[in-house]
Design a protein around this ligand. Structure first.
Ligand code: F0G
Length: 454
């Protein structure tokens, strides 16, 4: 057994508000955990995005920010880190991941084209659709089954890609978007064998692969743990081998890269790079900072080297599994196997006494907060939104609440508290009565929607 490969040198106090205060806070937030104030939250598992604790080396790097408008030295540090660790030659910094998605979608999709993915992510699909593209879910069926024990639920089903190409012609496919450790399926990994298979299929058709590399390191670690032949390969080597199968990536640095803000687009495609550089100056900033301060680029550059340390990543994913094991052992229904960044509670089984129209996952997230001050996130039908064409509510098969673990932030005692809260709530689940949506924004509705108790 080993403990965390770091020690703590700065702390931020947190406080559990009273039950009466929590009841008031969640009502004021329209029963949407996104609308809570963080000071009303005890343990914040809303997201692993931008919530990381930086290292002393990263903070020291913040003092070395070169805030020149053009050609800051930190840009070149970041470029070197991306070249060495991800392997892509060209870098376009952006303020966060969705900005890189915006640029990629606008430049690479002709209206009417398809973008197959291994399950949607909210912002990724939104940008594909805004560019006139059509998202197609090509993930393996097991990804939609919360109880399947498939170790690689993030894999692409090649037959689904083939059917898309047969029906519409391969030229109708703009690119294949691959998200390692696919978020909405539960942080589920792709196997290296599967990525290789997708690349072999795509190459003769001339269809590029563009990764959403947001959590590719967590995926690389799960490959090391689960895929035969990789036990003795470093996470850094696995990551680079996987990225070499794509033409480029978009990245939300707020996850794997261990920072609080930032992102980038990286590619080996010269034409794409030239066009992206033109576009980034319109929407983000000059192509050597793209919406980030010099100090932020330095923190990302340093985070990139830290994230591929095998001891770090084993401890990070190990903590997620530590929480998952406690819930599973107590019989709380969760998505299995546990993935890289979060434990996904299966709200359909947890709140089987409610009708799906009562927004089981939204209700469960609100109840968990009221009960214990733990903030989680709905990842179910509210997040899935409506079909842009028909206006109908989408019906994802997974109706989950995500307990997302920030990197290097909480101790395992915090995890014990979260586990006990979920277990207690599971015992009392019949008291949860469901919600009705009373305000619904037109896009990415989960961020700002409001609800009332039924
Ligand atoms: N891709 C994936 C797989 C993501 O999980 C996210 C963000 C993005 C892209 C967008 O990146 O936030 O930097 O613009 N996911 C966060 C989450 C918001 O909570 O899962 P961004």
């Amino acid at each position: 057994m080993t403990a965390e490969p770091y020690k703590i040198k700065m702390v931020e106090p947190i406080r559990l508000k009273s039950h009466a205060d929590r009841l008031r806070a969640i009502a004021q937030a329209g029963y949407n955990t996104f609308l809570l104030r963080s000071e009303d939250v005890y343990i914040d598992l809303l997201t692993d995005s931008g919530t990381n604790a930086m290292s002393d080396r990263q903070w020291a790097g913040m003092m070395l920010g070169d805030e020149s408008y053009a050609g800051a030295r930190n840009f070149y540090h970041l470029q070197r880190a991306v070249r060495e660790v991800y392997g892509f030659r060209h870098l376009v910094p952006t303020h966060q991941g969705r900005a890189a998605e915006h640029i990629t979608s606008q430049l690479r999709i002709k209206p009417g084209q398809f973008v197959p993915m291994n399950m949607y992510f909210t912002t990724t699909r939104e940008h594909v659709e805004r560019a006139g593209g059509r998202f197609v879910d090509c993930i393996v069926d097991s990804a939609h089954d919360p109880t399947s024990d498939d170790p690689f639920k993030g894999n692409v089903d090649i037959a689904k890609l083939q059917r898309l190409a047969d029906a519409n012609g391969p030229e109708s496919i703009a690119y294949i978007s691959l998200a390692p450790a696919v978020n909405m399926a539960g942080g589920q990994p792709m196997s290296m064998a599967n990525v290789e298979q997708v690349a072999r299929w795509a190459e003769p058709h001339g269809i590029p692969i563009i990764f959403d590399a947001t959590r590719a390191v967590e995926n690389a670690y799960l490959i090391q743990q689960r895929e035969p032949g990789y036990q003795n390969v470093t996470v850094r080597t696995i990551l680079k081998k996987m990225m070499a199968l794509g033409e480029g990536c978009t990245m939300s640095s707020k996850k794997d890269n261990l920072v609080n803000i930032g992102g980038f687009l990286a590619t080996d495609n010269e034409e794409f790079f030239a066009a992206a550089k033109e576009m980034v100056v319109v929407f983000e900033g000059l192509h050597t900072y793209g919406g980030m301060a010099g100090r932020d680029m330095e923190a990302v550059a340093r985070g990139i080297y830290e994230m591929v340390d095998d001891a770090y990543i084993a401890s990070r994913v190990g903590q997620v599994h530590y929480l998952g094991r406690q819930l599973a052992d107590a019989g709380v229904p969760i998505v299995t196997p546990v993935g890289g960044h979060a434990v996904f509670v299966d709200a359909d089984r947890f709140l089987a006494h409610l009708r799906p129209e009562a927004f089981r996952a939204q209700s469960l997230a609100a109840a968990l907060y009221t009960d214990s001050g733990v903030r989680a996130m709905e990842r179910g039908r509210v997040s899935a939104g409506r079909d842009h064409g028909s206006g109908e509510n989408r019906r994802p098969q997974l109706e989950t609440v995500r307990l997302t673990i920030p990197r290097r932030v909480y101790s395992n005692l915090h995890m014990d508290y979260v586990a006990q809260s979920c277990i207690d709530l599971y015992q009392d689940r019949k008291q949860i009565t469901g919600l009705r949506m009373v305000y619904e924004p037109a896009s990415l509705r989960f961020f700002q929607a409001r609800f009332e108790p039924r």
